[in-house]
Design a protein around this ligand. Structure first.
Ligand SMILES: [Cu+2]
Length: 118
């Protein structure tokens, strides 16, 4: 009876040590770089959503055309310019400097949006 209790305690202690070792090692190995920020803008129904997007410096913004009509993403200040995006095509740009970046669709100039980088 005593021998069985000692054996069970030994097993329990071993499992606890293994659990502690595994849980201590996990956060370090799965750490991600802090500058991997990204944001999305959907192009749908002749509009950009959100129309104004606020992001941190270094963020990569990806526009996806969810409309069944081709659109473009063109910076008013000529900072970036996409090709014509067909349905489900994407365009990405990384904002390395703070500022306000207005843009529009060159096919439908009434479609406008802006990215605010802080
Ligand atoms: Cu358009």
């Amino acid at each position: 009876m005593i021998r069985k209790t000692v054996w069970l305690f030994g097993l329990f202690a071993t499992v606890m040590v293994l659990t502690l070792l595994l849980s201590a090692g996990t956060p370090r190995s799965s750490a991600t770089p802090p500058q991997a920020a990204s944001a999305e803008v959907k192009v749908d129904n002749f509009s950009f959503g959100p129309a104004t997007l606020t992001v941190a410096v270094g963020t990569t913004v990806t526009w996806t055309n969810r409309d069944d009509i081709p659109h473009t993403v063109v910076s008013t200040d000529k900072v970036f310019k996409s090709k014509v995006l067909d349905t489900d095509e994407k365009f990405s740009f990384t904002f390395a400097k703070a500022g306000t970046y207005p843009y529009f669709c060159s096919i439908h100039p009434k479609m406008t949006g802006s990215v605010v980088v802080q």
